[in-house]
Design a protein around this ligand. Structure first.
Ligand SMILES: Nc1ncnc2c1ncn2[C@@H]1O[C@H](COP(=O)(O)OP(=O)(O)OP(=O)(O)O)[C@@H](O)[C@H]1O
Length: 810
């Protein structure tokens, strides 16, 4: 069989939509805001200055802000007068000008895109300085309250009553010094260093002057000598002329050496080596004492984290409300223990075991919602293997449906006999969802499955399982179980954190979840229905999930993390750049309601991607829940079983089925109606599944569906299948090699179905489907008729031969 060729078109995973407030972060908005602040600061400044000249006249207008007849003397009108009165007179006096300055600075910083933390720091310092100025002015003079403002005046008065005038002076001086030391790094060392530098500069200047002077002298020398030389002979001249040149050089070099020495004493060691062969020019070196560089203690991601806080994936639907408990029905769940029933069961157990010569030392009963567990401690010397061998006989003797013998109970060394209660109690979804165990669970994907025999809520983590296989005969509570799983996740996980892919070949079981499509569902692009009912689409979705898995692994690799939990934590900490394709990854839960149907129609095409996903997807947050009512080995194949360690078995009809699901008997002994066995690979727990009815699910989906949703369902990567596509216009030359054989089979059987071709020709679903399309194009079978087989338009072999012959001749 030709190997399936797939061209896989990778698309980037869907990115998050920009939030409604993202325009606030654009440069245009920031520039406009910055300019606004600068102009506002100027407005305030003019109003403040004007206030100092007009404040007395404007006193009476202050309270008449809305009165049109009253005019203010302030250059910026009544608003200016009121603001100035508030900040200067009632506030900080002259110090209030710092507010103008700070607003101006903030606007400027925003325009030049300075770090937000710089603005905050500058405001902190500005406000402190303003307070200090206000109090100091209040301290220095009390006549003009306008200089210090009421705050400065009052604080000053208040402090003076406690620490006196001198005390306050010391405190103010201390704060001034502290401000200078911290803000401008004015330490004692820096002060000494400054003095030293000043001295060096001074000396360097002196040297410069000396050189200049010596230059001047030399410049003048030739003029004088020229005069004298006039009376000297040529010979004499040349000899004498040499002398000054030599003396000039020696003169300067001796001077320079002196200079070098003095400088050397003062300069730092690095300069010493440079100055050893110093030339005239080098004296001019401007010695700048380097200040200690400021080091940033935080990296970029820390800075972003500090400025914007942790990334919140739920921000887009921040008002999302989780479904309330009252949407779930409450039942009377008090377990009534009938002492007569208990006693009768005990007697029957003791009697039966006695028949097999098994003595009982002790017996204890634990009453659960649907069954009671009788724990037996056999008499000394009785081998447990004996009881285990007699399991079936004992069950038969007790002659009640649903009896299961656990010999021994793991970790206890006792023998357990589970007997159904005559009156069972419904375990409501309400009781398990509202339980503390579920509500306070720290699990990633908690599922409240139901209650154990000891009436404890049983919560498991889907993320740890990591995939779940659910099987059980029809009508035993599988669909309710699936709904319980989905409901649990809806009550615990925000739409941003988990997405479901629902496959429902039965077309009716999961339709209610359509209402939450844009909140919780994921689907292929350009697909209308989020809930998948068609086998071809299932194959596409599974392959698309494989692409999503590969994409996610690439992201994990780039982020250097091992699993989705670490990845999302890193993303929330803003350590991963969204511009590099990183995004918050929701968990994806794929639910297949009827697996048998898929395996029967698509075989390997479904099995292979499922096995691949099951093997690899746990680390990247893709989890599978596969349910089937036909737990036979050709449905739950070895490869599937090997990758689904967590399994749930509802009641099945045979021990073989039980073994297929659980690798152990017991599921055939269940009583149905949500009675289930759960195993995660080790021990088997008997659980009564929580009951959630269709109206309850409807209420929950209505509640969620009525809330604000994302613009569309979560998009899975696109998957392009080479083998798909309409074949109606297929050329005769492009026909499948097996076309003739297929036509003969169809005509012989008079049944136009792809599955017939699959079986007879041992083909995959896709190839068989394509053959059917080609047969349709050739006019051998009729059009698609839903679940019914297509009509065969050729009555017999001879007619078929004729048709094919005619085609050739055309
Ligand atoms: N946990 C439960 N508690 C009480 N009753 C239950 C529970 N689960 C199922 N039932 C009862 O069993 C009936 C059948 O359940 P459900 O529809 O889930 O079966 P199913 O296995 O999905 O059947 P099918 O495969 O035909 O869809 C329910 O209508 C309900 O009355």
């Amino acid at each position: 069989m030709a190997r399936k060729k797939q061209s896989v078109k990778k698309t980037t995973s869907p990115g998050k939509k920009p939030s409604a407030f993202s325009f606030l972060r654009t440069r245009q908005t920031q520039t406009i805001f910055g300019i606004f602040l600068i102009l506002f600061s100027l407005f305030l400044c003019i109003a403040f200055i004007s206030f100092f000249f007009n404040w007395q006249e404007d006193q009476s207008t202050l309270s008449k802000l809305t009165d049109k007849t009253v005019r203010s003397h302030n250059l910026l009108g009544k608003i200016g007068a009121n603001l100035s009165d508030f900040f200067i007179y009632k506030g900080f006096g002259i110090g209030a000008f710092i507010i103008c300055f700070q607003i101006f600075l903030s606007g400027f910083y925003i325009i030049i895109k300075k770090n937000f933390s710089k603005i905050i720091i500058s405001w902190n310092w500005g406000l402190l300085a303003m307070l200090w100025i206000s109090i100091s002015l209040g301290f220095l003079q009390k006549k003009h309250a306008l200089l210090s403002g009421i705050i400065g005046f009052e604080v000053n008065e208040y402090l003076q009553t406690f620490i006196g005038k001198t005390g306050l002076a010391i405190v103010l001086a201390f704060f001034l010094i502290a401000y200078l030391v911290i803000r401008y790094k004015l330490t004692f060392d820096a002060f000494i260093e400054k003095i030293k530098q000043k001295r060096i500069e001074k000396e360097a200047k002196e040297i410069e002057n000396n050189i200049d002077e010596s230059k001047k002298v030399e410049d003048e020398k030739p003029l004088i000598s020229k005069e004298i030389n006039k009376e000297k002979s040529e010979f004499e001249l040349s000899v004498e002329n040499l002398q000054p040149t030599i003396s000039k050089h020696s003169d300067v070099s001796t001077k320079k050496e002196e200079i070098t020495l003095t400088v050397e004493e003062k300069l730092t060691p690095t300069l010493k080596t440079e100055n050893s062969n110093i030339e005239e020019k080098e004296v001019e070196i401007d010695v700048a004492i380097s200040r200690e560089e400021e080091h940033s203690t935080e990296n970029l991601s820390d800075k972003i984290l500090k400025d914007f806080g942790e990334f919140d994936p739920t921000l887009e639907l921040s008002n999302f409300k989780f479904p309330t408990f009252n949407l779930l029905k409450q039942y009377n769940e008090t377990i009534s223990i009938d002492p007569v029933e208990l006693e009768a069961n005990k007697d029957r157990i003791v009697e039966t075991l006695k028949n097999y010569k098994i003595g009982i030392a002790e017996i204890k009963a634990t009453v659960g919602p649907t069954i009671t567990l009788y724990e037996i401690v056999p008499e000394a010397g009785i081998r447990i293997s004996k009881i285990k061998n007699l399991e079936d006989d004992i069950a038969l003797s007790l002659s009640a449906l649903g009896i299961r013998i656990i010999a021994p109970i793991p970790g206890k060394g006792t023998i357990g006999i589970e007997v159904p209660n005559k009156k069972s109690t419904i375990v409501s979804m309400h009781s398990v969802i509202s339980s503390k165990k579920f509500q306070e669970s720290p699990m990633e994907l908690p599922i409240a499955l139901g209650k154990t025999i000891s009436n404890e809520t049983f919560v498991v983590d889907l993320a740890k399982m990591p995939h779940l296989l659910m099987a059980g005969a029809t009508g035993q509570g599988k669909s309710v179980g699936l709904n319980a799983v989905l409901t649990s996740l809806l009550y615990k996980k925000h739409p941003a954190e988990v997405k479901f892919i629902l496959v429902d070949p039965k077309k009716v079981e999961l339709t209610l979840f359509n209402k939450i499509e844009r909140h919780y569902l994921a689907k292929l692009p350009d697909v209308e229905d989020a809930i998948i009912t068609d086998t071809t689409k299932v194959v596409h979705t599974l392959n698309s999930l494989c692409i999503e898995m590969d994409n996610r692994y690439d992201l994990l690799k780039a982020a250097m993390v091992r699993n989705i939990k670490e990845y999302n934590a890193k993303f929330k900490q803003r350590k991963l750049n969204p511009n590099d394709g990183h995004q918050f990854l929701p968990y994806i839960v794929l639910v297949i309601d009827e697996f048998a149907d898929l395996i029967m129609t698509a075989g390997k095409e479904v099995e292979t991607p499922i096995a691949r996903l099951a093997q690899l997807a746990r680390a990247i947050g893709i989890h599978l829940i596969v349910a089937t009512q036909r737990p036979s080995v050709n449905v739950i194949t070895g490869i599937i079983k090997a990758n689904f360690p967590a399994r749930i078995a509802f009641r099945v009809t045979s021990k073989i089925d039980s073994r297929t699901i659980l690798d152990a008997g017991g599921a055939d002994q269940l009583i149905g109606r949500g009675d289930l066995l759960y195993t995660a690979g080790n021990e088997i727990n008997r659980i009564q599944c929580a009951f959630v009815d269709t109206p309850e699910v409807e209420k929950i989906t209505d509640f969620i569906g009525s809330q604000k949703a994302y613009a569309e369902a979560y998009q899975l990567p696109e998957y392009v299948d080479d083998e798909s596509g309409t074949s109606i216009d297929i050329d005769i030359a492009d026909r499948d090699k097996l076309f003739k054989e297929a036509a003969e089979i169809i005509v012989t059987a008079q049944q136009g179905s792809a599955s017939l071709l699959q079986r007879k020709l041992k083909l995959g679903y896709n190839r068989a489907g394509r053959l059917i399309d080609q047969l349709e194009a050739a006019g051998i079978v009729g059009g698609f008729e839903g679940s019914k087989a297509r009509q065969v338009l050729i009555p017999d072999f001879i007619a078929l031969e004729q048709l094919l012959e005619n085609e050739k001749n055309q």
